[in-house]
Ligand binder design. Structure first.
Ligand SMILES: [Zn+2]
Length: 307
């Protein structure tokens, strides 16, 4: 989806002025929504139709963007003194307004990694934490191509927000106010979140651990769906080491909160992901072609690789 084909399709869309697709033209992924699990979650009503908000635990909100192919999920986690926003989504609508309706506390932003679909609204916040990596520094400068490709007709499901101008859409530059390292802890008041470096999908990928409550926010290192391991910045050896690190935490966890598709998953997935990626690397699993990549499928998730 970040292919040049998608980019040119999006460029044409922008050049021609945006028109909505009819039902029959809906992309396949869109026709399969909503995902069944959402009917079992506690939905919080908000004014902006671009987002759906779910209360997953007390003080833990999933902010879901179901109208775009990434189905990205950002999380607002609150303590007694401050709140942390784990990712800021696509930057297509205004996540800051949503966050302000959910909490009066000061909000700091931490990103699961700095791919465009997770940092889109970083620019709207003054307190942004970043991993001390060159990849993070480069992405904080912003970009246009990755953002534009997200608007191809095949990537959209339903209406873009009123007032959204595709011609002006880009990942805007953002300022990083604090640098993070593996093992750092962020105190929210009555809740501590620990940074767990999980390089692999990107060099700056992290998971966020709320040990007291048994919660692990996994970012793009794990979600139930096709896990992207084909970009040039992906390091497969590092990915294997990172999923082993997370799987070692599994016995102490009650819930995984992934960054795409669904906001709840069983911790039991983690050891299965380790076994699966090791099988892939040993050459024992046959892939099937998908979108110009190779897909290695397992029960509940898959890996997308170049070869
Ligand atoms: Zn990513």
């Amino acid at each position: 989806m970040k292919s040049f084909a998608a980019f040119f399709a999006a460029a044409c869309l922008v050049a021609s002025g945006f028109t909505q697709t009819t039902d029959a033209q809906k992309p396949e992924w869109c026709r399969n929504l909503p995902r069944p699990i959402y009917s079992k979650l506690e939905r919080i009503k908000i004014a902006d139709p671009w987002f759906e908000v779910y209360r997953i635990r007390p003080g833990v909100f999933a902010i879901y963007e179901p109208h775009q192919y990434e189905e990205v999920i950002s999380y607002l986690v609150t303590g007694t003194r401050r709140a942390l926003l784990f990712d800021t989504g696509m930057g297509i609508s205004n996540i800051r307004d949503v966050v302000q309706t959910l909490t009066p506390l000061p909000v700091s932003v931490v990103n699961s990694h700095t791919h465009n679909d997770h940092v889109g609204d970083n620019w709207r916040f003054t307190d942004v934490y970043g991993m001390a990596t060159d990849f993070t520094r480069a992405n904080a400068l912003g970009s246009t191509e990755d953002a534009l490709a997200e608007l191809a007709p095949s990537q959209l499901c339903g209406d873009l927000p009123p007032g959204f101008n595709p011609r002006e859409y880009a990942t805007r530059p953002f300022h990083i106010s604090h640098w993070l390292h593996d093992g750092d802890k962020i105190e929210l008041g009555g809740r501590t979140l620990q940074i767990i470096a999980t390089p692999g999908h990107t060099p700056d990928a992290i998971a966020l651990l709320d040990e007291k409550n048994g919660l692990l926010f996994t970012g793009d290192t794990f979600y139930p769906g096709p896990i992207f391991l084909y970009r040039p910045e992906t390091d497969l050896d590092a990915y294997v080491a990172s999923v082993k690190k997370l799987a070692a935490l599994a016995p102490r966890l009650r819930l995984l909160l992934p960054a795409h598709n669904v906001p709840v998953a069983e911790p039991g997935y983690l050891p299965r992901v380790v076994a699966a990626i090791e099988q892939v690397r040993s050459g024992k699993i046959k892939p099937t072609p998908r979108d110009g990549k190779q897909e290695y499928s397992f029960s509940g998730f898959s890996f997308l690789l170049n070869k």
